[in-house]
Design a protein around this ligand. Structure first.
Ligand code: HEC
Ligand code: HEC
Ligand code: HEC
Ligand code: HEC
Length: 126
Protein backbone atom coordinates (compact mmCIF):
# COMPACT_ATOMS: atom_id res chain seq x y z
CA UNK A 1 0.00 0.00 0.00
CA UNK A 2 1.48 3.40 -0.90
CA UNK A 3 1.35 6.42 1.42
CA UNK A 4 -1.48 8.08 -0.50
CA UNK A 5 -3.80 5.06 -0.24
CA UNK A 6 -2.93 4.71 3.43
CA UNK A 7 -3.85 8.36 4.05
CA UNK A 8 -7.14 7.80 2.21
CA UNK A 9 -8.00 4.81 4.44
CA UNK A 10 -7.07 6.75 7.55
CA UNK A 11 -9.32 9.59 6.43
CA UNK A 12 -12.28 7.25 5.79
CA UNK A 13 -11.68 5.51 9.13
CA UNK A 14 -11.73 8.89 10.93
CA UNK A 15 -15.05 9.82 9.29
CA UNK A 16 -16.55 6.42 10.14
CA UNK A 17 -15.43 6.67 13.78
CA UNK A 18 -16.84 10.21 14.09
CA UNK A 19 -20.24 9.13 12.74
CA UNK A 20 -20.29 6.04 14.96
CA UNK A 21 -19.44 7.97 18.17
CA UNK A 22 -21.88 10.72 17.14
CA UNK A 23 -24.75 8.22 16.95
CA UNK A 24 -23.87 6.68 20.31
CA UNK A 25 -23.55 10.10 21.96
CA UNK A 26 -26.88 11.39 20.59
CA UNK A 27 -28.56 8.12 21.60
CA UNK A 28 -27.22 8.56 25.13
CA UNK A 29 -28.52 12.13 25.36
CA UNK A 30 -31.91 11.02 24.06
CA UNK A 31 -32.08 8.22 26.65
CA UNK A 32 -31.07 10.63 29.44
CA UNK A 33 -33.75 13.09 28.35
CA UNK A 34 -36.37 10.33 28.26
CA UNK A 35 -35.39 9.02 31.71
CA UNK A 36 -35.46 12.61 32.93
CA UNK A 37 -39.18 13.21 32.51
CA UNK A 38 -41.48 11.94 35.24
CA UNK A 39 -44.47 11.28 32.99
CA UNK A 40 -42.54 8.50 31.25
CA UNK A 41 -41.36 7.06 34.57
CA UNK A 42 -44.90 7.09 35.97
CA UNK A 43 -46.21 5.41 32.82
CA UNK A 44 -43.53 2.68 33.11
CA UNK A 45 -44.75 2.11 36.67
CA UNK A 46 -48.37 1.67 35.61
CA UNK A 47 -49.64 5.18 36.42
CA UNK A 48 -52.11 6.26 33.71
CA UNK A 49 -52.94 9.82 32.65
CA UNK A 50 -56.37 9.47 34.30
CA UNK A 51 -54.77 8.55 37.64
CA UNK A 52 -53.66 12.19 37.87
CA UNK A 53 -56.03 13.95 35.49
CA UNK A 54 -59.56 13.11 36.55
CA UNK A 55 -61.18 14.99 33.71
CA UNK A 56 -59.91 13.36 30.49
CA UNK A 57 -61.03 16.35 28.42
CA UNK A 58 -59.57 19.07 30.59
CA UNK A 59 -56.01 18.21 31.52
CA UNK A 60 -54.51 20.84 33.76
CA UNK A 61 -52.16 21.23 36.72
CA UNK A 62 -52.54 18.52 39.36
CA UNK A 63 -52.64 19.47 43.04
CA UNK A 64 -50.36 17.93 45.64
CA UNK A 65 -53.37 16.20 47.23
CA UNK A 66 -53.39 13.94 44.19
CA UNK A 67 -49.72 13.01 44.64
CA UNK A 68 -50.44 12.10 48.26
CA UNK A 69 -52.95 9.45 47.21
CA UNK A 70 -49.92 7.36 46.22
CA UNK A 71 -46.97 8.96 48.00
CA UNK A 72 -46.55 9.35 51.76
CA UNK A 73 -44.63 12.40 53.01
CA UNK A 74 -43.34 10.66 56.16
CA UNK A 75 -41.98 7.76 54.10
CA UNK A 76 -40.45 10.20 51.62
CA UNK A 77 -38.73 12.12 54.41
CA UNK A 78 -37.27 8.83 55.63
CA UNK A 79 -36.27 7.67 52.14
CA UNK A 80 -34.24 10.85 51.51
CA UNK A 81 -32.99 11.42 55.07
CA UNK A 82 -29.41 10.75 54.00
CA UNK A 83 -29.46 13.01 50.92
CA UNK A 84 -26.72 15.66 51.10
CA UNK A 85 -26.46 18.56 51.73
CA UNK A 86 -30.01 18.50 53.13
CA UNK A 87 -33.20 16.44 53.06
CA UNK A 88 -35.44 17.82 50.28
CA UNK A 89 -38.54 16.25 51.88
CA UNK A 90 -38.05 17.55 55.42
CA UNK A 91 -36.87 21.11 55.92
CA UNK A 92 -37.08 24.09 58.19
CA UNK A 93 -39.53 26.11 56.05
CA UNK A 94 -42.16 23.50 55.22
CA UNK A 95 -41.36 20.52 57.41
CA UNK A 96 -42.74 17.61 55.30
CA UNK A 97 -45.36 19.81 53.62
CA UNK A 98 -43.55 21.43 50.66
CA UNK A 99 -45.68 21.27 47.52
CA UNK A 100 -44.30 18.48 45.33
CA UNK A 101 -44.91 20.60 42.23
CA UNK A 102 -42.42 23.23 43.38
CA UNK A 103 -39.67 20.78 42.42
CA UNK A 104 -41.12 17.80 40.53
CA UNK A 105 -42.68 18.41 37.13
CA UNK A 106 -44.30 15.69 35.07
CA UNK A 107 -44.08 16.84 31.47
CA UNK A 108 -41.08 19.12 31.60
CA UNK A 109 -37.73 19.01 33.39
CA UNK A 110 -38.04 19.15 37.17
CA UNK A 111 -36.38 21.96 39.07
CA UNK A 112 -34.56 22.61 42.32
CA UNK A 113 -36.82 25.13 44.06
CA UNK A 114 -34.32 25.73 46.90
CA UNK A 115 -31.33 26.60 44.71
CA UNK A 116 -32.01 30.33 44.05
CA UNK A 117 -31.75 31.03 47.81
CA UNK A 118 -29.40 28.20 48.85
CA UNK A 119 -26.58 27.80 46.34
CA UNK A 120 -25.08 24.85 48.27
CA UNK A 121 -28.31 22.79 47.98
CA UNK A 122 -27.39 21.47 44.57
CA UNK A 123 -29.43 18.27 44.53
CA UNK A 124 -30.75 16.75 41.32
CA UNK A 125 -34.56 16.51 41.27
CA UNK A 126 -35.93 13.46 39.43
C1 HEC B 1 -48.21 11.73 38.12
C2 HEC B 1 -49.28 12.62 37.72
C3 HEC B 1 -49.49 12.88 36.24
C4 HEC B 1 -49.63 11.94 35.24
C5 HEC B 1 -49.56 10.42 35.34
C6 HEC B 1 -49.90 12.70 34.03
N1 HEC B 1 -49.90 14.05 34.30
FE1 HEC B 1 -50.34 15.56 33.00
N2 HEC B 1 -49.91 16.96 34.43
C7 HEC B 1 -49.51 16.67 35.72
C8 HEC B 1 -49.05 17.90 36.36
C9 HEC B 1 -48.51 18.01 37.78
C10 HEC B 1 -49.21 18.93 35.41
C11 HEC B 1 -48.78 20.40 35.57
C12 HEC B 1 -47.52 20.68 34.76
C13 HEC B 1 -46.31 19.81 35.14
O1 HEC B 1 -46.00 19.63 36.33
O2 HEC B 1 -45.62 19.28 34.22
C14 HEC B 1 -49.81 18.31 34.23
C15 HEC B 1 -50.17 19.01 33.08
C16 HEC B 1 -50.73 18.42 31.97
C17 HEC B 1 -51.28 19.14 30.83
C18 HEC B 1 -51.41 20.64 30.72
C19 HEC B 1 -50.35 21.21 29.86
C20 HEC B 1 -49.01 21.18 30.53
O3 HEC B 1 -48.10 20.43 30.05
O4 HEC B 1 -48.81 21.83 31.56
C21 HEC B 1 -51.67 18.20 29.90
C22 HEC B 1 -52.28 18.46 28.52
C23 HEC B 1 -51.37 16.89 30.46
N3 HEC B 1 -50.82 17.05 31.72
C24 HEC B 1 -51.60 15.67 29.81
C25 HEC B 1 -51.23 14.42 30.31
C26 HEC B 1 -51.30 13.15 29.55
C27 HEC B 1 -51.79 13.01 28.11
C28 HEC B 1 -50.87 12.16 30.40
C29 HEC B 1 -50.68 10.67 30.12
C30 HEC B 1 -49.69 10.38 29.09
C31 HEC B 1 -50.55 12.80 31.67
N4 HEC B 1 -50.76 14.15 31.57
C32 HEC B 1 -50.11 12.11 32.79
C33 HEC B 1 -49.53 15.42 36.31
C34 HEC B 1 -49.65 14.20 35.64
C1 HEC C 1 -51.64 6.59 41.01
C2 HEC C 1 -50.47 6.65 41.89
C3 HEC C 1 -49.51 7.82 41.73
C4 HEC C 1 -49.80 9.18 41.71
C5 HEC C 1 -51.18 9.85 41.75
C6 HEC C 1 -48.52 9.86 41.69
N1 HEC C 1 -47.49 8.96 41.68
FE1 HEC C 1 -45.51 9.38 41.67
N2 HEC C 1 -45.07 7.38 41.52
C7 HEC C 1 -46.00 6.35 41.55
C8 HEC C 1 -45.32 5.09 41.38
C9 HEC C 1 -45.98 3.70 41.36
C10 HEC C 1 -43.93 5.37 41.26
C11 HEC C 1 -42.79 4.37 41.05
C12 HEC C 1 -42.36 3.78 42.37
C13 HEC C 1 -41.59 4.80 43.15
O1 HEC C 1 -40.52 5.24 42.69
O2 HEC C 1 -42.07 5.19 44.24
C14 HEC C 1 -43.82 6.83 41.37
C15 HEC C 1 -42.61 7.54 41.35
C16 HEC C 1 -42.48 8.90 41.55
C17 HEC C 1 -41.22 9.62 41.67
C18 HEC C 1 -39.82 8.98 41.67
C19 HEC C 1 -39.09 9.23 40.40
C20 HEC C 1 -37.69 8.63 40.42
O3 HEC C 1 -36.97 8.82 39.41
O4 HEC C 1 -37.31 7.99 41.41
C21 HEC C 1 -41.52 10.94 41.87
C22 HEC C 1 -40.55 12.08 42.03
C23 HEC C 1 -42.97 11.06 41.85
N3 HEC C 1 -43.52 9.80 41.68
C24 HEC C 1 -43.65 12.26 42.03
C25 HEC C 1 -45.03 12.38 41.96
C26 HEC C 1 -45.74 13.65 42.01
C27 HEC C 1 -45.07 15.00 42.15
C28 HEC C 1 -47.07 13.37 41.90
C29 HEC C 1 -48.24 14.36 41.87
C30 HEC C 1 -48.22 15.34 40.77
C31 HEC C 1 -47.20 11.92 41.79
N4 HEC C 1 -45.95 11.37 41.83
C32 HEC C 1 -48.40 11.25 41.67
C33 HEC C 1 -47.35 6.50 41.71
C34 HEC C 1 -48.05 7.70 41.71
C1 HEC D 1 -37.36 20.78 47.46
C2 HEC D 1 -37.65 20.01 46.25
C3 HEC D 1 -38.56 18.82 46.42
C4 HEC D 1 -39.86 18.81 46.84
C5 HEC D 1 -40.73 19.98 47.28
C6 HEC D 1 -40.30 17.42 46.76
N1 HEC D 1 -39.26 16.64 46.31
FE1 HEC D 1 -39.33 14.67 45.92
N2 HEC D 1 -37.32 14.64 45.52
C7 HEC D 1 -36.52 15.76 45.52
C8 HEC D 1 -35.13 15.34 45.30
C9 HEC D 1 -33.92 16.26 45.25
C10 HEC D 1 -35.16 13.94 45.18
C11 HEC D 1 -33.95 13.02 44.92
C12 HEC D 1 -33.29 12.70 46.23
C13 HEC D 1 -32.10 11.79 46.00
O1 HEC D 1 -31.05 12.31 45.56
O2 HEC D 1 -32.22 10.59 46.23
C14 HEC D 1 -36.55 13.52 45.32
C15 HEC D 1 -36.99 12.21 45.24
C16 HEC D 1 -38.33 11.83 45.27
C17 HEC D 1 -38.82 10.47 45.13
C18 HEC D 1 -37.94 9.24 44.97
C19 HEC D 1 -37.65 8.80 46.41
C20 HEC D 1 -36.75 7.59 46.53
O3 HEC D 1 -37.18 6.62 47.17
O4 HEC D 1 -35.62 7.65 46.01
C21 HEC D 1 -40.19 10.51 45.19
C22 HEC D 1 -41.14 9.33 45.09
C23 HEC D 1 -40.55 11.91 45.42
N3 HEC D 1 -39.39 12.67 45.45
C24 HEC D 1 -41.84 12.36 45.54
C25 HEC D 1 -42.18 13.61 46.03
C26 HEC D 1 -43.52 13.99 46.42
C27 HEC D 1 -44.75 13.10 46.28
C28 HEC D 1 -43.45 15.27 46.89
C29 HEC D 1 -44.56 16.09 47.54
C30 HEC D 1 -45.15 15.48 48.74
C31 HEC D 1 -42.05 15.70 46.77
N4 HEC D 1 -41.32 14.67 46.27
C32 HEC D 1 -41.56 16.98 47.09
C33 HEC D 1 -36.93 17.06 45.67
C34 HEC D 1 -38.18 17.45 46.11
C1 HEC E 1 -36.99 32.61 49.03
C2 HEC E 1 -35.68 32.13 49.52
C3 HEC E 1 -35.64 30.73 50.11
C4 HEC E 1 -36.04 29.56 49.52
C5 HEC E 1 -36.72 29.35 48.16
C6 HEC E 1 -35.67 28.50 50.43
N1 HEC E 1 -35.05 29.03 51.54
FE1 HEC E 1 -34.24 27.98 53.10
N2 HEC E 1 -33.70 29.71 54.01
C7 HEC E 1 -33.90 30.99 53.50
C8 HEC E 1 -33.36 31.98 54.45
C9 HEC E 1 -33.38 33.47 54.25
C10 HEC E 1 -32.84 31.23 55.55
C11 HEC E 1 -32.16 31.79 56.80
C12 HEC E 1 -33.20 32.25 57.76
C13 HEC E 1 -33.75 31.09 58.50
O1 HEC E 1 -32.94 30.33 59.07
O2 HEC E 1 -34.99 30.92 58.50
C14 HEC E 1 -33.07 29.80 55.24
C15 HEC E 1 -32.70 28.75 56.06
C16 HEC E 1 -32.79 27.40 55.73
C17 HEC E 1 -32.26 26.31 56.53
C18 HEC E 1 -31.50 26.42 57.84
C19 HEC E 1 -30.13 27.01 57.65
C20 HEC E 1 -29.20 26.16 56.82
O3 HEC E 1 -28.64 26.69 55.82
O4 HEC E 1 -29.01 24.98 57.15
C21 HEC E 1 -32.54 25.16 55.87
C22 HEC E 1 -32.17 23.73 56.25
C23 HEC E 1 -33.26 25.54 54.66
N3 HEC E 1 -33.39 26.91 54.61
C24 HEC E 1 -33.73 24.64 53.73
C25 HEC E 1 -34.41 24.97 52.57
C26 HEC E 1 -34.91 24.00 51.61
C27 HEC E 1 -34.73 22.49 51.69
C28 HEC E 1 -35.51 24.72 50.62
C29 HEC E 1 -36.25 24.17 49.40
C30 HEC E 1 -37.47 23.44 49.76
C31 HEC E 1 -35.41 26.13 50.95
N4 HEC E 1 -34.72 26.24 52.14
C32 HEC E 1 -35.88 27.16 50.19
C33 HEC E 1 -34.47 31.29 52.28
C34 HEC E 1 -35.02 30.40 51.38
Amino acid sequence: MNTKTLQKYRFLFAIGLTLFLGVIFTGGLYAAEKKGLLDAYHAENGVACADCHENENKREAVSMVKCLECHDVEELAKATAAVQPTNPHLNRHYNTGADCNLCHHQHKTSENFCLPCHAPFNFMVP
